[in-house]
Design a protein around this ligand. Structure first.
Ligand code: CA2
Length: 144
């Protein structure tokens, strides 16, 4: 069975705890439950990982090398400036979809740019937590 990795970066562990106007009311555990269901339906398996630390995210991506068919990544604020996470994603050569809960293009200027987007299969932003399911469906369709 093809395996997919769902990676979440800094502060996303706080989903559902604060800022419901921007990020909605669902927790990360709620998102994981929805993705687990979608994965069952799609006939694939999913693993989840969240860290607030850049190096830990990079280590997890390195471990993914050769083990996953695709990745869904919300790198949080690292999206906008982490060349190290971009290099890790480029190195492991696993196709990935970038997801953002909020519409990063409608927010502060610094959020408009993603250093990951040029090497992503695609980007989903602004569709709320449903974006994760769309991203999983898209990467599975591309790679399964
Ligand atoms: O819209 C997204 O998914 C973001 O990746 C979320 C990041 C932000 O830095 C990006 O620009 C866009 C921040 C995640 C913060 O999550 C929180 C959730 C609840 C309460 C506080 C923070």
């Amino acid at each position: 069975m093809s395996k997919y990795l769902i990676v979440n970066g800094p502060n996303l562990n706080m989903l559902g705890v604060r800022d419901p106007k921007v990020y909605g009311t669902e927790s990360l555990a709620d998102i994981e439950r929805s993705l687990f269901k979608a994965a069952e339906e799609l006939g694939v398996s999913v693993d989840f990982y969240q860290s607030n630390h850049e190096g830990e995210l990079i280590d997890r991506l390195h471990q993914a090398y050769g083990a996953y068919a695709g990745i869904v990544v919300n790198a949080g604020a690292f999206t906008h400036y982490s060349y190290a996470i971009r290099d890790a994603l480029a190195t492991i050569q696993i196709p990935f979809v970038e997801v953002h809960i909020s519409n990063i293009h409608a927010r502060e200027d610094f959020r408009h740019h993603s250093v990951l987007a040029p090497i992503a299969v695609g980007q989903i932003a602004g569709l709320g937590t449903y974006g994760y399911e769309l991203a999983l469906r898209a990467i599975v369709k591309k790679t399964k």
